[in-house]
Design a protein around this ligand. Structure first.
Ligand SMILES: Cc1cc2nc3c(=O)[nH]c(=O)nc-3n(C[C@H](O)[C@H](O)[C@H](O)COP(=O)(O)O)c2cc1C
Length: 192
């Protein structure tokens, strides 16, 4: 079932909980998928209800917009306590949780270590979408941006702005890239 995921490699997938959709970095070990959740809506949802879906997408903008809670147009389906995005392939199942304390350069926080145990397959199809480095860059910008929101640091901000230049150089055009840059530059204006 999970053979499409190479063991140990991190895949960016969509996690669908009771009230949220967010990208998560998922690693397969054997017949389970593992991911970590930092405090937020999905974290709270999973503590209340461990029934989730994990779906694949090759749409970088969808990953990024759901991470930043920007508007997206998605249709959902519900079945026996689960919900998922119509049309995208994936799995539904339960999550076993361990609450841990996470320490890094951003400080100390709680983290949920999640083990996803699949119960069923969600049928769907990925759109034909040619590979573009611009999409990789957009995703990287968003990962750094979500860290920046937790702890604003000049080094992260400059890295995001550098990546935005590379994104434009590679022909990338996206409202969500503009949104990230506008938040970063507005923060500066507010300080003066
Ligand atoms: C590509 C990508 C992967 C991410 N992976 C994770 C993850 O594995 N765990 C996590 O807690 N946050 C991850 N994030 C950050 C969350 O999307 C972001 O912090 C979000 O606000 C989570 O909060 P929410 O549950 O309230 O939506 C990722 C962001 C991006 C752009």
């Amino acid at each position: 079932m999970f053979e499409i995921f190479k063991e140990g490699k991190v895949y960016e997938l969509l996690l669908i909980t009771e009230s949220n959709v967010t990208p998560v970095g998922v690693v397969r070990k054997g017949r389970s998928l593992f991911f970590k959740l930092f405090p937020g809506r999905s974290f709270r949802d999973i503590l209340k209800n461990p029934q989730v879906s994990i779906q694949l997408t090759n749409d970088a903008e969808l990953l990024v917009k759901t991470a930043l809670n920007r508007p997206v147009h998605l249709k959902f389906e519900r079945q026996s306590g689960y919900r998922w995005i119509s049309g995208l392939p994936g799995f539904y199942g339960r999550v076993e949780i361990e609450k841990k304390v996470w320490k890094d350069e951003l400080g100390e926080t709680e983290v949920l270590e999640c083990k996803f145990l699949p119960e069923g397959v969600i049928k769907g199809k990925l759109e034909a979408r040619p590979f573009s480095r611009a999409d990789c860059v957009l995703v990287e910008m968003a990962v750094l941006f979500t860290r920046y929101l937790l702890k604003p640091r000049e080094s992260i901000k400059s890295r995001i702005l550098e990546l935005d230049n590379l994104y434009a150089h590679l022909g990338g055009v996206s409202d969500v890239a503009d949104y990230m840059v506008s938040v970063l530059t507005k923060r500066d204006q507010n300080r003066h």
